[in-house]
Design a binder for this molecule. Structure first.
Ligand SMILES: [Zn+2]
Length: 222
């Protein structure tokens, strides 16, 4: 009797593990953002545990490194086959599928983005690979790669006056600031005044940084 139960148990285990290892491959049609992709069948997938700077919110400027993060994810996954692993919740409040996305060569896309410095650990809740992802982010920061790269001093010194004045932005904000502004406590990214304007950042009301003056009487050359 005992042996019979044992055999049955092993059979069940075998079936269960077979079901688990059955790999379903899906095609990524397009990359929507650095951390969101669209699969065939119109399924939007938000990568678990990683955040990349925004490129798509029309009400906000393109965040620092947003375009680069999008291009990176695109280069890895667009048009390719992927396999999903699900976490605790299958969907987020926007109806997007939440998943770990594996490439055919076994690369975990979510981790790769953090490793290469194109995104950071999503800290709002604990998930299966939280510690690993945290370690990857730490290493990318230490190596100063991707969005952790700092602008080199000589480049800063070479920057001149006017439109080339250096102002500062943060990783998530929409304003640009003067050196020393209290809004720069958590992150501080140097950028020229011209670039800040082009990316849609607006001057902070607290520190009142320099602004690009519109030339009087200037006409558009068409
Ligand atoms: Zn400020």
């Amino acid at each position: 009797m005992k042996a019979k139960i044992k055999v049955l148990g092993i059979a069940c285990l075998l079936i269960f593990s077979l079901a688990l290892s059955q790999e379903i491959w899906r095609k990524c049609i397009i990359v929507i953002d650095g951390d969101t992709i669209l699969l065939a069948g119109n399924e939007k997938v938000r990568l678990i545990g990683v955040d990349t700077p925004e490129t798509r919110d029309e009400n906000r400027p393109i965040q620092y490194f947003g375009k680069e993060a999008y291009e990176f994810t695109k280069s890895l996954v667009e048009g390719k086959k992927v396999r999903l692993e699900y976490g605790m919740n299958r969907k987020d409040k926007y109806g997007r599928t939440l998943a770990y996305v594996y490439l055919e060569d076994g690369t975990l896309l979510n981790a790769e983005i953090i490793k290469q410095g194109y995104g950071y650990l999503y800290r709002a809740f604990i998930f299966k690979y939280f510690d690993k992802f945290w370690q990857y982010e730490k290493e990318a920061r230490e190596k100063k790669i991707g969005l952790w790269a700092t602008v080199k001093e000589p480049e800063l010194k070479a920057a001149g006056k006017g439109e080339d004045t250096i102002v500062y932005i943060t990783r998530t904000g929409t304003k640009y600031h003067r050196e020393g502004c209290s809004a720069l406590k958590r992150s501080k990214i140097p950028i020229t005044l011209k670039e800040a304007n082009e990316r849609g950042y607006t001057p902070c009301a607290l520190c009142d940084p320099p602004k690009i003056k519109k030339k009087k009487g200037s006409r558009l050359n068409i």
